[in-house]
Write a protein that binds this ligand. Sequence first.
Ligand SMILES: *Cc1c(COP(=O)(O)O)cnc(C)c1O
Length: 392
Amino acid sequence: MYQVDKRGFYGKFGGAYIPEILQRAVTELQETYSVVLESDSFRQEFHRLLRDYAGRPSPLYPAGRLSEQYGCRIYLKREDLNHTGSHKINNVLGQILLAQRMGKKRIIAETGAGQHGVATATVCALMNMTCVVYMGKTDVERQYTNVQKMKLLGATVVPVISGNMTLKDATNDAIRDWCCNPQDTYYVIGSTMGPHPYPDLVARLQSVISEEIKWQLLEKEGRDYPDYLMACIGGGSNAAGTIFNYLDDRRVRIVLAEAGGKGIATGLSAATIHLGRPGIIHGAHTMVMQNEDGQIEEPYSLSAGLDYPGIGPMHAHLAETKRIEVIAVNDDEAVEAAFELTRLEGIIPALESAHALGALSKVSFRPDDIVVLTVSGRGDKDLETYIKWGKN
Ligand SMILES: *Cc1c(COP(=O)(O)O)cnc(C)c1O
């Protein structure tokens, strides 16, 4: 009921709305990805790299002082400890192994906060592939160290100057590049968005997160499921990985946090589930922030990784069927939650992950509730934002 169907839909959301020129490349990917993902040789190589290169399994950490603060038992799934600092590496390792098996030599990617760009440039260096990363000029400026890292790793970073020069615009230009080079180029999408099969492909590669939560909880608690799963959603990939193996388990409540920006009623927000309507963005039918004429609205969030006017079709479907609850967490609430985690547990989270932490105060837990919250990334890239905030 929650998995993608043969035509690439989750209920009424999903599909592949693409220009004619990409038809062959997307069909090739649709026909190849499942076969490759299920093959023994892929699985072995993928899991070897996740372990030896990315550093998996990531710890499931019982956060004692944070638990005391919220009156329940909180475990943090530490994706921030992965190589390159976020969950993005899981997806990129998988997709570039797939690209290799499809005989592609040139890799392109879009990036917002730069985490997906850095992960892609990293794996391209490892696997000796050409790498071009599209990044909005606004993000190039606010995430400058990530730009420097990508260049050091040998990638070409293309600053995008259309729209408000953030993730949506970078994605447009990456798709344009793919249209010009569909033969030799593989497009590594960084989240559970885009045309079928990307949302399913990315969710399956990230599902290693919930695979690990299952055995780690069993070890620590004697049962393999929590009462709550929590994560932030930009396009939806760390959330998809966190919930993938629990979707059919009704004992598990799922609470996801989207970026409220300055508040959902202010016109400066990226809370797509709260503010969006069904429409098409980047090749998928999903919830989209749009005006009355169906033009995509410019989103706003302090967090570059959540600054996107769409959401993965899987999550749109899960929200519509009420399998997930989606809470909007504003900039100030996220930053305060980041400071709280830093002081209580000695963990500086990414600003994106801080939105998931900011949702903790909006749920009423019972003392014996077990909560697993995914810390999708580390806060090094956001230090400047945190420091500036502290001064205000
Ligand atoms: C990219 C990113 C996100 C948002 O992307 P999802 O696909 O929704 O997971 C969240 N946290 C971090 C640290 C990121 O780098």
